[in-house]
Design a protein around this ligand. Sequence first.
Ligand SMILES: C[S@@+](CC[C@H](N)C(=O)[O-])C[C@H]1O[C@@H](n2cnc3c(N)ncnc32)[C@H](O)[C@@H]1O
Length: 331
Amino acid sequence: MSDELLSPGPILEISGYYWKTCTLHAAVKLDVFTAIGTTELTGSDVAKKIGGDQRAVTMLLDALVAMNLLEKMQNRYGNSAAGRNFLSRESPRYMGHIIMHHHHLVESWHQLDRAVLSGKPVRARASVSSEEWRESFLMGMFNLAMNLAPQVSAKVDLSSRSHLLDLGGGPGTYAIHFCRANSHLQATVLDLPTTRPFAEKTIAKFGMDDRIRYLEGDYLEQDIPGSYDVAWLSQILHGEGPDECRSIIKKTVAALEPGGLIMVHEFILNDSMDGPLFPALFSLNMLLGTTSGQSYSEKQITEMLADAGVRNIHRLDFRGPDDSGIIAGNV
Ligand SMILES: C[S@@+](CC[C@H](N)C(=O)[O-])C[C@H]1O[C@@H](n2cnc3c(N)ncnc32)[C@H](O)[C@@H]1O
């Protein structure tokens, strides 16, 4: 056994990692990075701006410097490149929504032992939670997809396709990027009624209202209206159990024209289900928030697609952050 495995260091690091998590969450919640912006401020200046206690704010700022999210010059604090690019609301690459979504999940994660014993969720689904939680969930999806969708749309050839279904498309980020990359493409985002305002705002912000329509619907309760030649199912299957996933895929296949392309984007587990790390942890996140959701392996997704009559099933040469992958096939 190596010395590293005999040392308690790695276990202590895992056990205490949430101190860093909570420091970041508090700073984003208090909007420290936006308050500092492109200026250099003292602890007292920042305390006044965010309405906090000077000593406590200064301790928070010093910890953020230690985490490389701020920089310290004498007694003044400025944003680091990471803080400026991703944590200030002024930046187009602001990631605060997904960080606040993670913050909202903490309450359920600290009850993981309860969920493991009961096998039941300990939090409500985002679609039925408060407006504030829903906003950070849906706009958090926007934060994640904004970093990924340009890469995905460059990788997938939709030059021969004319109408894309973005099923459970949330704010419509992928539909927007597929349409940007393919000037002839129209898209339909089908999602729950509660998602509509976020999607419409996002679609309008990108000037895509004339090419992307929003369709209110529930893919568990109803068939999918319309006819499409490509369907994109991104990060929706993990919210459901295997039977529901099969039903969603069958409904999608029924809405596709012959020769249509179906693509499933998920955090994909190894066939042994014990890695990579993020999809394995994400499965627990689904245990905490759904009755039967989980991460799936490539084999499981492939079988679900094959059962619905999808042919030519293959994994695209694409690996997103946190081991997301795309499995595609034709009907
Ligand atoms: C994790 S988000 C993924 C959003 C988007 N596809 C992406 O990858 O960024 C899951 C989406 O599925 C939607 N959704 C969940 N259950 C649904 C249902 N029964 N019918 C339609 N949409 C649903 C949610 O509202 C949410 O927008």
